[in-house]
Design a protein around this ligand. Sequence first.
Ligand code: DQQ
Length: 522
Amino acid sequence: MNPLHAPSTDRPDRTAQPDSLVARAEADRHRPRFHFVSPAGWLNDPNGLSHWNGVYHLFYQYNPLKAVHSRIHWGHATSPDLVTWTDAPVALVPGDAADAPDADGCWSGVLVDDHGVPTLVYSGRRGDRELPCVAVGSPDLTEWVVDAANPVIAAPPAALELTAFRDHCVWPHPGGGWRQLIGSGIRGQGGTALLYESPDLRNWSYLGPLIVGDSGDRETTADDWTGTMWECVDLFRLEATGADEEPVDPDVLVFSAWDDGVTRHTLYMTGRYNGTRFERTAAHRLDYGGRYFYAPQSTLDARGRRVMFGWLQEGRSDAAAEMAGWSGVMSLPRLVTRAPDGTLFQQPVPELETLRRDHVRLGGFTLTGGERRAGLTPGDQVDVVAELHLEPGAEAELVVRATDDGAERTVIRFSRPVDPHADVTLELIRTASSLDPTVDATPRGGPIRHADGRIHVRALVDHSALEIFANGQPLACRVYPTRSDANGVEFAGIRGRVRVHEAESWRMADIWHAPRRLWPTP
Ligand code: DQQ
């Protein structure tokens, strides 16, 4: 049937797939209830993120057959509000014919509005090669037909020795036509984003590398190492909030640093896109969870907000995920703005507050070394917000998913150095998060900007998914407590004096109510 392989609703095997995989996934206590997850099977990157005719569309890398990364499809869900989601039919299915350009998978890509025609640009995988492909959608975005001319770029630029060539960022060029970035890496140099132009999304001319990283400028173990290939490049303009003048570095280039099959972490550069090159000002870590917030994609919604999702990878073994029947969590949608220092400021979209239930508020209190304070909503599905003030030299913890005896506890620690001008350090300590010795317990963390030791912290706990925001700096991670009573939430003073001005918490409501299908119908 290829190269024009049919829209997903006509494929013969889809209803035959046992929805018992869904039942298995739903039975897993580690499965989040207010984050987006696939019906079952495997989920990785967000794709095609868009706000189309007032509806948010989230596509994602999906294997409905098994919780393993293999023969990837594009799952699809819609939302009126970024909170609740309705499954839509699987959008892209790997081509049937052995020589189809996407016979071995429909890898990551984007959705663009081609003069009213919804159009996907994605990486078709065949063998161990990925090449750009295009698919055109019905007006309601539920049916997709791949282009007869796929792949629309026959090969990577011949003059370059590349480590990989995949993932797309596509935007309309102000002068007409389109521009595209494809993630790549130049052997012996570093990651890169290759720039192309096209009049029609089908015929592309190579313009050159937008910017090339230097994989030799850091230890390969550094948490800001730029890797040997950049996956899922995302270029967008973000004006400084409230600034009168245009900033010198209005543009942001997000990429996921990859190395020889290993997903390392996500970074971003601030700078200026001048039409052919990206003039970089600075580079930063996007999320202190490292690989736990990977391959993000963002879109501008109708309200002019930059909304971003990322993939929260698993922290348990492949075998454990496969046994559970599902793998991969989509992050909560984040609003991305600029902090006054030019770095990104990230916070969950305010719409998520509609899920809050059973409010508990603790008035101000002071913690000194050794003191503990409980009283917030316990649970494996909670939203906790606190305003802390750490004096120089002080250290305090917010502990979540804790058993009464402390056998399991996940510790979010803030330490302020004695030097009052130094950053506060955020650490996520997972050594006691789980009694299961096979789950990842490596530490995560990073520096937090602050004014006089003030930290606004928000921790969203959703079973195995944990997202922390401290003064707009995020840390996403995964935890797998084994005990059903690992629900406690408390503050602990470690040293010095810490004032908690206010602390609040809520139980978060489920977003999933109706049974889900591996192959959703319209
Ligand atoms: N995941 C996709 C690729 C991308 C990677 C494959 C990033 O397109 O480079 O599922 O996680």
